[in-house]
Design a protein around this ligand. Structure first.
Ligand SMILES: [Zn+2]
Ligand SMILES: [Zn+2]
Length: 242
């Protein structure tokens, strides 16, 4: 690379930003299957990163070193590391200050229905609703990370509001404090198709999921929450930043 330690350190940061951006976008669309391709991809990326960083940090210093400019070589290497250290500190500062969180506003919806022993469960009661906590001046108080993942609003008991990308169906039921009779026996039907371990599945935009526990003899397994209903909820519910 160049003999300018600032440029080298910035190049390293740019590489990291690009990889992080690609992975963030990719993880949103990639199917959540863990097979042997996952470690291959991870290790390939790790190796590539090590090679790129090695090149950025060491190429010029090594050149100088072999030109018998050892002092300059060490100086350039240390300067590059120092600047990269400062950039890393800035990135950590941004992370801990919570700025990164507000960059990406997540808010989407999905439908769900729950039957236990053939009886449809009603979640429209106020006790299941998420009421955005505001202080006297109307400012939102610190958001609860777990509650923000998935919750219900406005007395609607069959449309979940998701505010975090990694929210699972389990998060919803945790947040509304609903316990199935037995976690293992919950069958899940996503848009009418049976899915194993449904509670561990991420909530996907506009999916309609049917949860059936216990006896399903009288349950229509193909029933769904309609998209029109989700659209309707979407257009009505914009209370207090949620
Ligand atoms: Zn919403
Ligand atoms: Zn909300």
């Amino acid at each position: 690379m160049t003999k300018n330690p600032l440029l080298n350190a910035i190049a390293a940061s740019v590489y990291i930003v690009i990889v992080a951006a690609v992975m963030t976008i990719g993880s949103k669309y990639a199917p959540r299957v863990s097979n042997f391709l996952a470690p291959i991809a991870a290790m390939s990326l790790f190796t590539l990163s090590a090679a790129v960083m090695g090149y950025l940090f060491c190429y010029q210093p090594l050149q100088l070193y072999f030109d018998n400019k050892k002092k300059q070589a060490v100086k350039l290497f240390l300067q590059t590391i120092a600047i990269f250290g400062v950039l890393t500190a800035i990135a950590l500062g941004l992370l801990f200050s919570g700025i990164g969180r507000s960059i990406e506003e997540v808010h989407y919806h999905a439908g769900f229905l729950v039957y236990v022993d053939g009886v449809k469960q009603d979640f429209s009661d106020t006790k299941y609703m998420h009421v955005e906590a505001c202080d006297e001046e109307g400012h939102e108080v610190e958001e609860d990370e777990q509650l923000e993942k998935a919750h219900l609003h406005d007395g609607v008991g069959d449309v979940v509001h998701v505010h975090r990308n990694d929210a699972t169906w389990k998060d919803l039921f945790t947040n509304i404090r609903y316990e199935f009779p037995s976690a293992q026996e919950v069958a899940g039907y996503v848009n009418g198709v049976r899915v194993e371990n449904i509670l561990k599945e991420p909530i996907t935009k506009y999916d309609s999921v049917l949860f059936v526990a216990g006896n399903d003899a009288n349950v229509d397994l193909s029933q769904k929450v309609s998209r029109d209903h989700m659209f309707e909820v979407e257009s009505q519910s914009e209370s207090c930043g949620s």
